[in-house]
Ligand binder design. Structure first.
Ligand SMILES: O=C[C@H](O)COP(=O)(O)O
Length: 251
């Protein structure tokens, strides 16, 4: 198996404007050869101009969600082929904010992942427990159920990225201990290998997400089976995202 290539993925969520492309210019000026995959998932309105702006650079562009159907009467939604045409190469599906704000179930997330794959993009499937679930001791059950229900059959290792994002760590400044991250990532790796076979399962990249910053990135990237990060707030500023990329490069 080829070594898994590290991935620094930024999720801008509902933030950003054309003027913020200056942050990407600064990021590229500081890290012209980042030594890992770098992905930014802006709001859908920015995908096309960002893809044009970053063409020929190491920055790839992705989407934060897609609809599960190819086309149709779904006012306000965007289909996966439309995102691909706009320049997206990855799609995040099943982020906890989508699961909570839009009632997305594992079945819906899996259908969205299938749609993204059918449109030729890679998918980042998010899983993660709430604080209540962690304190109730059901983290592995919750994450295992989400993984099983949200990841489609028949994927290859290159197409799929899984992001472990504890809901209580997102935007809060709280981060699990290294042991807690290692337990979940080790479980995810085993579950993926059991389902897809040793080689395919070993090739799937596992990201940690939730309050990753330059100050804690090196420690998180030292955890086995952490292949990078899905970064929210700290992906908006070149200095912060650049610091995380540097830590990943050094890991
Ligand atoms: O998708 C990104 C995550 O939700 C993490 O967000 P955060 O880095 O702002 O905690």
């Amino acid at each position: 198996m080829a070594p898994r290539r590290k991935l620094a993925a930024g999720n801008w969520k509902m933030n950003g404007a054309l003027a913020d492309f200056a942050q990407i210019d600064a990021l590229l000026a500081a890290h012209p050869d980042p030594g890992c995959d770098v992905l930014i998932c802006p709001p859908a309105t920015l995908i096309s101009p960002m893809a044009q702006r970053t063409a020929g650079t190491p920055v790839q562009v992705g989407a934060q969600d897609c609809h599960q159907e190819e086309k149709g009467a779904h006012t306000g939604d965007i289909a996966a082929p439309m995102l691909a045409e706009a320049g997206a190469r990855h799609v995040i599906v099943g982020h906890s904010e989508r699961r909570a704000d839009h009632g997305e179930t594992d079945d819906i997330v899996r259908a969205k992942a299938q749609a993204a794959l059918a449109a030729g993009m890679r998918v980042i499937v998010c899983v993660g427990e709430t604080l209540e679930q962690r304190e109730g001791g059901s983290t592995i059950d919750v994450v295992g159920g989400q993984l099983q229900g949200s990841v489609p059959d028949g994927i290859d290792g290159e197409q799929l990225v899984v992001a472990y994002e504890p809901v209580w760590a997102i935007g809060t400044g709280k981060v699990p201990t290294n042991e807690e991250i290692e337990e979940v990532h080790g479980f995810l790796r085993q579950a993926l290998q059991k389902r897809f076979g040793d080689d395919t399962g070993a090739g799937i990249r596992l990201l940690y997400g939730g309050s990753v910053k330059p100050s804690n990135a090196a420690e998180i990237f030292a955890v086995p089976d952490v292949d990078g990060a899905l970064v929210g707030g700290a992906s908006l500023k070149a200095d912060d995202f650049g610091g995380i990329i540097a830590a990943l490069q050094a890991a």
